[in-house]
Ligand binder design. Structure first.
Ligand SMILES: [Zn+2]
Length: 139
C-alpha cells in the first residue's frame, strides 16, 4: 500500500510504501512530553520504506530533546510534525504521524497509547532499529 502524507502547507511531504498490504496500521499515541503537547500519533513498520521530500529546508525545525537521539521534523511554516527520524549507526530510521496521512481509511488505524518513559537510551535505540521504518530517504 502506498500512503501519502504531508504537513498542512505542503512544505514536508512523504510517500510511505507499506508492505505487505496492511490489514491494519498501528497508530501509537505517544505519551512523551512533546507528543502530549503536539498530539503526535505515530506508526512504523520495519519492512516499509519512506521517501520524504522537503521543499524549503530552511523552514523545517529539527527539534530534539531528552536523549537528543530523535529529530522531530517540525514544519516552521504550519507547525505540523509529519516525521520523526533517528540516526543510528549511520542509518536513518523514521516513524510517521498518522494525522499527516491523506486519503487513508481511518478504520485501518488500530489506535493505542504508548509510553516509553523509563526506557534506557540503549533499549530505545534497539527498539527503533527493530520497529522503525528502516529505509528512509530525504530529498
Ligand atoms: Zn507545513
Amino acid at each position: 500500500m502506498q500512503i501519502k502524507g504531508s504537513c498542512h502547507c505542503g512544505n514536508i511531504t512523504f510517500t510511505l510504501n507499506w508492505v505487505p498490504e496492511p490489514a491494519e496500521i498501528p497508530a501509537r499515541a505517544c505519551g512523551c512530553s512533546f507528543c502530549t503537547k503536539h498530539g503526535g500519533v505515530w506508526t512504523s513498520n520495519p519492512r516499509a520504506s519512506l521517501a520524504m521530500k522537503i521543499q524549503d529546508p530552511a523552514s523545517v525545525s529539527r527539534y530534539a530533546f531528552g536523549t537528543g537521539t530523535a529529530r522531530f521534523h517540525v514544519c516552521a511554516k504550519c507547525g505540523v510534525v509529519p516525521v520523526v527520524t533517528s540516526d543510528i549507526d549511520n542509518r536513518l530510521y523514521a516513524v510517521v504521524n498518522v494525522n499527516a496521512f491523506e486519503g487513508v481509511d481511518p478504520a485501518l488505524l488500530r489506535r493505542a497509547s504508548t509510553s516509553f518513559a523509563g526506557e534506557s537510551e540503549a533499549d530505545r535505540l534497539a527498539r527503533r532499529r527493530r520497529n522503525w521504518i528502516g529505509e528512509v530517504t530525504i530529498a
